[in-house]
Design a protein around this ligand. Structure first.
Ligand code: AMP
Length: 558
């Protein structure tokens, strides 16, 4: 623990908050928390640029809760005192969860409600009627409730937080934010949190902040080389599949891994390809219902899955243009505006807190520097180490240079090192990969995509109703099951020893190659209790022969 660092218990925080912080196991504040919490407790407006994963949610949530606890000592009247605007539903849920953890010992005094979800306005109305102290929502959702007079902010609001402000703009929430500001009181304390301080954010700063303190905490927006290792490896389309197969199948990539691709269609192509080798992975994209997306993230965080194949915000654009771009027919910056059937408020690479991600793999390279930072920022969070590996085809070389130039700045630690992998050593696997690719036809991808959406919609309904009453069963619903529209060739499941390159033999984890299917605890419990019930109800299984001595004697007498 750094001695000259201001500690949580030196910030004048309520004991209940300190206890919750201790329960979270946070030994000391992160840099942004150390700077932002005291300033906001003094009542200052803040504009903070902190790299993603720096602990910025608690940097505003802690002072929010502290101020509400303080003001409740004098004014007991229930009112909405704080509003947190977020760009996505996933982030809304995450912020709510963090606030709930921080208010674990004062949940009666500080109530929080996340209204960013897709439920009907009327279904959310009763929640708002109770005037939760903190309301979290997307600008459009909050605006809709204000218009419907379910939410009145102009008298009671004391604090406004705009989280991931740069993303709010790129998602087109500018007008909603501006019209919302007309419904706020004249005086309130405001926090603007953003990964990048671009022109849009500067403009927003003029609108909402009064004499703010600006915190630009890190020169680099990603952790340095001691915490985050960044690599790139040159490989063309077919080689990308060959390499990912080798990395995952031979267990050369260890720990939880996020694999980013450029389009929804690519998610399924890769999932079906991996399925051919019995490598389970989940798919996460803007087409899936929001409940499923949140569920996937929460299960991933609980350690159910090792691999998620995700599109980032570019999954929002038209898949046709996106696949064109991924094939190198253009590399202009993408617009990020919504495509048909996609969720405008979807955001995987931004803001979402995937826990303990060891690796981020850019299967397709991101199309902007911002996007690279947000994707790679999913690993090496707080003080944990992480690795980012980018596959680069010749059409992505320019983008790589762009990212490298932007990252280097004054921090030479940040460059992407070449990944020392000899592609020629894995040539022996090429035939298997081609074999697998042949089964992953356009039609199979299309079918998988439809099947997954149908399956997830069904799950989603169940999640909403059934799982509300049965939270334990929630665990049983896995999202990395095989989709199977492609023909499975059983021999591809195993890797014969003679195919493993000599140089990799010592690295290959024998455990990874053994048949093993980890089941969540719940599933095991379910299975054994099912067996028990089955046994007790099935007379053939439950029948026990017991010799009854006295009945035998009676029979003899008669
Ligand atoms: P955020 O940048 O708010 O998304 O937080 C990133 C991650 O850092 C989350 O998983 C937090 O639980 C974690 N975190 C936040 N503050 C601290 C802290 N003071 N010590 C350790 N972990 C933290």
């Amino acid at each position: 623990m750094e001695e000259d660092k201001l500690q949580f218990h030196e910030m004048g925080l309520d004991d209940r908050l300190l206890k919750a912080l201790a329960d979270l196991g946070w030994a000391q504040p992160t840099l942004i928390q150390e700077k932002a919490i005291p300033l906001s407790l003094e009542g200052k407006d803040l504009l903070a640029r902190a790299r993603t994963g720096s602990g910025k949610t608690a940097a505003y949530a802690v002072p929010l809760i502290q101020r509400i606890l303080t003001s409740k000592q004098t004014v007991r009247e229930q009112a909405v005192r704080a509003l947190v605007l977020v760009p996505t539903k996933e982030l809304g849920q995450q912020v709510q969860t963090m606030i709930r953890q921080l208010t674990a010992y004062c949940s009666r005094d500080v109530r929080v409600a996340d209204i960013s979800g897709k439920a009907d306005l009327s279904a959310q109305k009763p929640i708002l009627m109770e005037k939760p102290d903190i309301v979290v929502g997307t600008p459009s959702r909050v605006q809709a409730h204000v218009n419907a007079q379910n939410l009145v902010l102009n008298s009671s609001l004391e604090m406004l937080v705009i989280d991931e402000a740069d993303l709010l703009f790129s998602f087109g929430f500018e007008d909603d934010i501006k019209s919302l500001l007309c419904h706020l009181p004249k005086i309130y304390q405001a926090f603007l949190m953003s990964a990048t301080l671009n022109e849009d954010v500067q403009a927003l700063k003029e609108l909402v902040l009064h004499n703010p303190v600006t915190l630009k905490l890190q020169g680099s927006q990603l952790p340095d080389g001691s915490q985050l290792q960044q690599y790139s490896v040159k490989c063309e389309e077919e080689d990308k599949f060959l390499l990912i197969y080798t990395l995952l199948k031979l267990g050369l990539v260890r720990g939880k891994t996020l694999i980013f691709v450029s389009a929804v269609e690519r998610c399924y192509r890769l999932k079906l390809f991996l399925e051919q080798f019995s490598i389970p992975a989940c798919v996460l994209n803007s087409e899936l219902p929001v409940h499923s997306r949140c569920h996937i993230i929460s299960q991933f965080n609980q350690g159910f899955y090792d691999y998620i194949i995700a599109t980032d915000e570019h999954g929002l654009e038209d898949p046709a243009t996106s696949s064109q771009k991924s094939q190198g027919k253009g590399n202009k910056k993408k617009s990020g505006k919504g495509g048909k059937g996609k969720d405008k408020e979807y955001g995987v690479s931004r803001g979402i807190d995937f826990h303990n991600v060891s690796n981020v793999i850019n299967f397709d390279f991101p199309t902007s520097v911002d996007s690279y930072i947000h994707r790679v920022g999913r690993t090496a969070r707080a003080d944990k180490p992480g690795t980012a590996l980018s596959f680069i085809s010749h059409t992505e070389l320019l983008l790589l240079t762009e990212v490298e130039n932007a990252l280097i700045g004054d921090n030479t630690d940040c460059v992407l090192k070449p990944y020392g992998f000899k592609m020629e050593e894995i040539e022996a696997f090429r035939y298997r990969c081609r074999d697998a690719m042949r089964s992953v036809t356009k039609q199979a991808v299309k079918e998988a995509r439809l099947k997954e959406i149908k399956q997830e919609l069904l799950n989603s309904e169940k999640l909403k109703t059934y799982f509300e009453d049965n939270p334990r069963d929630l665990q049983l619903l896995r999202h990395d099951k095989d989709l199977h529209p492609a023909v499975i060739k059983p021999h591809l499941k195993n890797v014969p020893d003679y195919l493993i390159p000599a140089a990799l033999k010592s690295l290959v984890n024998p455990l990874n190659r053994r048949k093993r299917k980890q089941k969540p605890k719940g599933a095991t419990v379910m299975r054994s209790s099912f067996k028990k019930n089955f046994r007790s109800k099935n007379p053939l299984k439950s029948f026990r022969y017991v010799k009854k001595k006295h009945t035998e004697k009676k029979a003899k007498k008669s």
